[in-house]
Structures are given as structure tokens and as C-alpha cells.
Design a protein around this ligand. Sequence first.
Ligand code: PEP
Ligand code: MG
Length: 607
Amino acid sequence: MVDDRDGGTGIGDTAESGVGPIVLRGTAASPGLSVGRAFVIDRRRIKTPKRHIADDEVQSEIARFDAALAASSDQLDRIKRKLAEKEGEDHFLILEAHQLILHDEHLVEPTRRRIREEKVNAEWALRKTVEEIKAVFDAIEEDYFRERRSDVDFVGDRILRTLLGVDTVPTLPPAGAIIVAHDLSPADTAHLHRAACGAFATDVGGKTSHSAILARAFEIPSVVGLDNITDHVGNGDLLIVDGMRGEVIIRPTPEQCEEYRGKARSHLHFMRELLANRDLPAETQDGARVRLYANVEIVEEVPTALDHGAEGIGLYRTEFLYLDRPDLPKEEEHFMHARGVLRRLYPYPATFRTFDLGGDKAAPFPGLQPEENPALGLRSIRLCLKERPLFKAQLRGLLRASVHGRMRIMFPMISGVGEFREAKAVLDEAKAELEKEGVPFDPKVPVGIMVEMPAAVMVADLLAREADFLSIGTNDLIQYALAIDRVNEHVGYLYHPLHPAILRMIRYVVDAGHAAGVRVGLCGEMAGEPMFSLVLLGLGLDEMSMNSTSIPVVKSVLRGAKLSVARELAEHALSLPTAADIEALVHDHMKERYPQDLLRAAGDVLV
Ligand code: PEP
Ligand code: MG
């Protein structure tokens, strides 16, 4: 969402203290623009007192610690209730994860033991335990675990504040304020969301951090990973947050404020107007119909998807269910989770991709060794097939849910027919078991694959004969076809979705799918870039699945298009020798036909 408010503090737009504007760049975590006053939340200043206790104080100190645990859990319950009043119950999971940490034996037992054996106060014992847990996470070279480390921090901070009787909830900022923090806990994010804040800007965090995920679900513009914004910003400083470019301008000039307020206003207006197409089909002027689906990571995003006109979920990244917790999801949880999603979406379909862990999403499975080359290692379907009991549990849960709506099951990173058959054999086993147990499921649930390996492209015709649908995952396909690690910023300059090799691959897969009579979709990030929409249409895709907020923009491009023209554009593009030639062609073609705002609404591609 775009916010054109100015923070409501009424202070003029000056470059205060004679300090000129500073531009900080981070990770664009949630799209939108906001101009407002900083509201700095410094959760790091709290000091932990250390005190030795007498033998006869041990029991009462442990009781004090236990009471603080219970009170902290009650606080989280209250936040959940307030959220439920406003948002429904979808945002609970993350707060529940914090409640689980709160009662985790690795936190509770060592703290009690320290009080007992080291004869120290509860605050100090807790601090030592939290440090110990964080050190374990620190030793793991994975962004994901570094982010989980901050969950332990937030929970520790909450208990500490409760023990000390210090506020656990930040004071609500004025509406429209820009929240600046080292990091935000999911509970903070939910709490701040109620204050209708303008944007978030944090030192740390990545696209998968919980705050980023919730910011997207709540449509609050957000830039994370800014490194040291808390060193540069004081309370009340004027800021501009550009959640599309991943930029924050600190103490902008009045001219910059004016410019961004103008941009924010027109962007807001523009996005609202686009939402008017929510219930209209993604149909070209000459009657070609494309299905626009949403990519979803957590259940909280489902309402956002529907609000933006998604006609279903084209990619449900179920691996997120495994990532935020000390244990692993069981069959029952898969069932309940999928059933909730299907019921909410009905009559639209939801495509559940089986867990795509490994690679840059480290699998939280015991006994897995770090790999030299994780992108080419034990990831995705390979991991599903290795961890069969976990895979089977997921498939059984999904199958049981399949009678509650329109489900599709999709296997990630399939290399060829052999691997696909192997995965389907596990699915058949799960079906046979359920049948024997008399548990209902949809025996005809469509089963498809992601085409994200060049090998799968080359055998797409063979795969299409045995799959109910194909979905091209260009994020990985580009990584593997052009040999560029998708998480390595040094080779980011080689990432060209319009590279002739990529376009030929898409065309090849579409033709192979259609020849076998199956639908072909695309669910990589490129599907959500309006600049690419016509080429993709012209290549013949039946479905495009993307970040929910891109749907109205892409739909607008498609509704203004003609399939015949898109086909010509795609043919012309396919005849050109270099990515640069194709980009120039597409850029000129699109700029001639569509307003600049529309083309850059989802980001800065080729604009
Ligand atoms: C892809 O690879 O294009 C894809 C959609 O899957 P993910 O980004 O989750 O790897
Ligand atoms: Mg992928």
C-alpha cells in the first residue's frame, strides 16, 4: 500500500541541523512509498541487573521466573486477541511460535538450573541462557538462522522486561510515523500495524524475516537490512521510505519531500484505481484469457491475495511451515493448514508445492550436514525423497485436506520422468494408506511439477505426458541455465530474464505442455514484472503466479493488450541474438503503449 501521509507531527520539511540528506540502501521488503517522521524504537538499551541470591531465595526466584513466563504468555495472548478483533485469526502463527519459544525446555530449564546452581537472580540467569542459545545460531552461516536468533532475543527481552516491570510494548507512534528500529519482532509489527504507521526501516532482516513477511501481509512499505539506520536517525527526523527501490532518504530536502509526496499520492491513486479491476478477468482485448494466481508463503497472505484479485494460489511455498519453529510439522498440522487455505480460497484452487527446503532455505532436519554447494546439493525434491517419512506426512496431510476445496499438488525441482515417478510413487503410497484406513481424499487431485532445471526443459514433452500441469520456476531456471547463484549479489548483473536462452526455454516448455494437452504456468519473480507481461503472454502461458500486489498491475497490462500483438512481440524477441537487444525491444514496445507508472509499479525493471 502506498502512504501519502506525513507522519502527522506537523513539523516543517527542513533538512534539520544543516545536515544534508543521506540515502541508505537496503533490501526492498514490502512495496510502497512513505514520507514521514521517524519514530525510533530502541529495544537494546535495557540493562540486565546481576545479583547473587541466598540459598533460601532460590525457590522464590524460580517462582518469579515462572510467573514472568506466564505473564509474558498472557501478553502475547492479549496481542493475539486484539489482532483477532481487527484482522481475524490469520496472524496468530508467528505469535504462537514466540509462545512456544517461551516455554521451550532449552530456555526454561537452563535458566532455572542457573538460579539453583549458580545462585543468581532470574534476570541474569535468563540473560546467560539467551546468550548461550544465540551462540548456537551464530555458528550457523545461514541468513535464516540468524533471523531465528532474533526471535530468541525478542522472547528473552519480553521476559526480562516483565521481570523488571518495564513496558513490553512500544508506545504507539502517531499515525503515519516511520518506525526505525534495529529489528522488529512479529509482535511489535502486529502492534505497530494497529497504529497505522507509515513504513518500517530496520538495520537488520531479510525478505524472509518475520517482520518483512508480516509487513507484506499488512501492506506496510518496508526496507530492511539497512545496516546502521539507527545510528543515523533520531526521533522526529524526516524520512522517505521507498519500499520498491529499497531506499531510505534521511533528512530529505523540502524539494525531495515534495517530489516523493507527489509520487506517493499518484502511486496510491494509481494502485487504488488498478484495484478496480479486481473482479475483472485477465483477458486481452482479443479475448485471450490468462489465469493470474498468487505466490504465498504463509497463511496470513491469503486474504491479501484475494483482495488483489488472485484467482487462486499458483505457488504455496509450504516450506515456510517448517522454518519458524523448534519442531517439525506433523501430518495433522499439514492437514489443518491446507484445509484452512482451501476453505478460504474456495472456489479458487490452491497449488501446494511440497517442501522446497535446502539450497538457500536450510532444512531444519537433524543430521543434515552443511554443503559446499547447496544450490546443487541435497535440496528440494531430492530432500523430500531422502526424508520420506516427512514427505509422506506432508502428502497424507495434503491429501486429507483435498476434499475441502480445489487442491493441486506440485513437486519442485524435478529433473526428469524418473524422479517425477518416484515422487508420485510416494503420493500413491499415501493414497493407498488412506484408502485402507477409510480416510477420504480426492483421488483425482491434479499433480504437477515445477520446471526449473534445464534438464526438465529438455524433457518437458516427456514430463507433460505424465503431469497434470507444468509450472516454470524462472528464479531457479535462470540460476541453473545461466549459472548464476541467485543469492550472490556479485553475479546479479547477469540475471536477465529476457536472455534468449530463457525465452527459448519458456517457449519450448509451453509448446511441449500444449502438445500434451496440459496447462503451463510461470511462477518465478518475472511473472510479477509488468514489463515482461506481454512477452510472457505472447509465449503462450496459461497461468502466471506472482506476489499478490503485482496482480492488479499485470492484469492491467494484459487487459490493455492483444494476444496477436503479444505473439508478434514474442516472435520478434525470439529472433534477436542478445538479452540487451531483447530488453531494448521490449522496453520500447512497452513504453510506447503503457504509462511509465504502470511499468514501474512492481519495481525498477528496465525502466
Ligand atoms: C522459482 O524457482 O522460480 C520458484 C518460483 O521457486 P522458488 O523461488 O521458491 O525457488
Ligand atoms: Mg525454485
